[in-house]
Design a protein. Sequence first.
Length: 242
Amino acid sequence: MNHPADDWKDDETWKLSKDKARFLDRDIRFANLGDAEDHRRCFEWEYVRTRIFKGQEFGDEIFKQMYPFYVKSFPDKPYKSHDPKQRATWVDVIGANNHDYAEELLMPDLGTNEEVDFGFYKGKIPSTKVGVELYINPDWSKKKFLDLVEKQAKQIFDSAESEKKYLESQGYVFPKKDNTRPKSYWQKCLKALGHYRLLECVNLREQFVIEAYGRDAYSEEKIYRREIKNLLPDLPCSWINS
């Protein structure tokens, strides 16, 4: 796998090897990405790559349909080795770009009220819809039906809110209305991942990690240790119990 490793380290100085410095922006700083989605895709791609590099296995069939596992070049190649136009076409699940199931009124999406563990995701799957039962006369015209929905919209949404509260009482969770992460969040995650790679994959001495990361590095060792532990919980750290 084309991933930062021990051979990035100069065995004489224990610093980053000079001939590997040209890969810093691609594999450590993840520089010059685009919008928030590009940052998110990069983090998810590179986070899982590092977990695989560190020995974690993802063998279940479910992964074959999910990003980034279905991309043929994953995990061998870095995210940024792909053209931005190609990256923008990748979706979270194969086929998800063919139909917007989130807006399909006849298809439920109730999530789970128990914890799941897919390896790359742990927790409850959020619910994005509730069921509201309507009684429709099949002889109504489409115009009459739409008129009735408009007139009774408040009652319909009141029923939806009531059903949401009931499902929450049963342990289901719903995302906030704006469940997208800002670009700054993904930049923070990628920054922690870059420091982790220098520390745990390249095996630099800790005093050289900040120096190797260069511009915008964490100012202190204790800060990047904290950020790695909080933002990258699935990666092993040799110093966690030290």
